[in-house]
Write a protein that binds this ligand. Structure first.
Ligand code: ZN
Length: 317
């Protein structure tokens, strides 16, 4: 039997931030994630590309940012990921609520989504986030250099929320080309799952009158879905192309290989391979400590370093 195309949950989510030091202070400081890679936007090497994850950079734990300091604020709406939900052990959600309040992060009321407790808030540049309490364990490596004790640390990206003007075409793509199945419905939100449990979810909400969202500071740029290897990436890519969409060729991102396409609702999707991984060019002990460039940008290191602001990783205590 032919293998059917399928992705295996979220690989990473990439968003647009303001000043990179404020971004670093929030994600590595307040949220306690590890800066696992300090690189540049490969299409715009005068801008950082900062990657935060668990200690090992496990696929599915990674949120990444382009800190473009001179962008207009985003306009939320259809065709953009409207929120990134991050998983924490449910017994520690109350501790997180305290921590955010003590650090001056305004939170909304805790709500229940698909039976899970969720605490919505925003990052310093307006990006909507939520901490969602999960039961049970998922693949995760605790970061000893975090301000957050290991047992309370963020376990990875839990779900992305997407508003669409018409859900049919997006849902057909999720089901037929990407291997998702409908897992649950809750007050108009439809949860599509690409695999089991936390980290597998695209939550869709159909809003026919929604205006179209626009990229800017505080917007999600794209969500990347996991494929195990190059062969699987090509299989899914072929299915997406056969469905009438326009995927890019495979692009070598050095730590993984990527294909990009817009789903029918307008949101930018990526396919990303699980490997080679963030330890391809750095010792696992010292991930993220220095500026890393892919080999083809290394000849331009001096010019690139000259335009990037210095960064200081928040201390563990
Ligand atoms: Zn990406």
């Amino acid at each position: 039997m032919e293998p059917s195309p399928a992705v295996h949950g979220i690989h990473h989510v990439t968003a647009i931030a303001g000043h990179p030091q404020e971004n670093l202070d929030f994600y590595a400081g307040v949220l306690g994630l590890r800066l696992v890679k300090r690189s540049v936007n490969q299409d715009d090497p005068g801008t950082y590309h900062l990657f935060y994850a668990d200690a090992a950079g496990t696929p599915g734990t990674d949120v990444t940012f382009f800190p473009w300091m001179r962008m207009a604020p985003s306009r939320p709406g259809a065709g953009l990921v409207g929120e990134i939900a991050l998983a924490v052990p449910s017994e520690h959600l109350g501790w997180w609520s305290e921590r955010l309040r003590e650090l001056g992060v305004e939170t909304l009321d805790e709500e229940s989504r698909f039976g899970e407790p969720a605490l919505p808030f925003r990052d310093p540049h307006g990006l909507p986030l939520a901490l969602v309490g999960i039961e049970g364990e998922r693949e995760f490596a605790a970061w000893e250099g975090s301000q957050v004790p290991p047992e309370r640390q963020i376990r990875g990206v839990h779900a992305v929320r997407i508003r669409v003007r018409a859900s049919g075409p997006t849902e057909r793509l999720l089901a037929d080309q990407l291997g998702f199945s409908l897992a649950a419905e809750d007050r108009g939100w439809r949860r599509w799952a690409a695999g089991e449990g936390s980290g597998a979810f695209a939550d869709l909400f159909e809003e026919p009158g929604a205006h179209v969202g626009r990229w800017g500071t505080g917007a999600v740029h794209h969500v990347a879905w996991r494929v195990h290897d190059d062969a699987e990436e090509l299989l899914v890519r072929a299915a997406v192309e056969a469905a009438g969409l326009s995927p890019t060729p495979v692009i070598d991102r050095f730590w993984f290989r990527s294909v990009y396409f817009k789903e029918p609702g307008g949101t930018l999707f990526e396919l990303a391979t699980d490997g080679p991984g963030f330890d391809r060019d750095e010792d696992p002990e010292s991930l993220g400590e220095t500026l890393v460039l892919p080999p083809w940008l290394e000849p331009h290191r001096r010019e690139i370093e000259a335009v990037l602001p210095p960064l200081e990783v928040p201390a563990a205590t």
